[in-house]
Design a protein around this ligand. Structure first.
Ligand code: SF4
Ligand code: SF4
Length: 103
């Protein structure tokens, strides 16, 4: 369902509506891998807040759970993470990954 933002300037799109606009052809090999050992010492957790698909989930033991299957391939996580070695990022192998649909 589409809602109006508090400012009334542009519609606030729900998470469900956002995910409904895309198809995913999942590759067997993850195009993004996360080194949870590095994440364990990260206090900022920028990826958790920045990923538009909410694919980074903090775990109780201080690690990060990451699911690559519904990735928009926007590159935001790679941009916001400043911990060397935490993220390894590449595009999915040919024919796989996200496909955006017009509503
Ligand atoms: S991916 Fe980067 S920003 Fe996210 S928890 Fe790990 S080190 Fe922190
Ligand atoms: S590339 Fe974008 S959608 Fe994919 S995990 Fe990173 S921030 Fe999330």
């Amino acid at each position: 369902m589409t809602q109006t933002s508090p400012q009334g300037q542009r519609p606030a799109v729900s998470f469900e509506d956002r995910m409904a606009t895309v198809d995913f052809r999942v590759a067997e090999r993850a195009h993004i891998t996360v080194d949870t050992d590095v994440c364990r010492s990260c206090e900022v957790r920028a990826c958790v807040h920045a990923c538009p698909a909410a694919l980074f989930v903090p775990t109780d033991d201080g690690g990060i759970l990451f699911n690559y299957e519904q990735c928009f391939e926007c590159g935001t996580c790679y941009q916001v993470c400043d911990a060397p070695g935490a993220l390894t990022w590449s595009y999915p192998e040919g024919g796989h990954g996200v496909a955006f649909r017009q509503g």
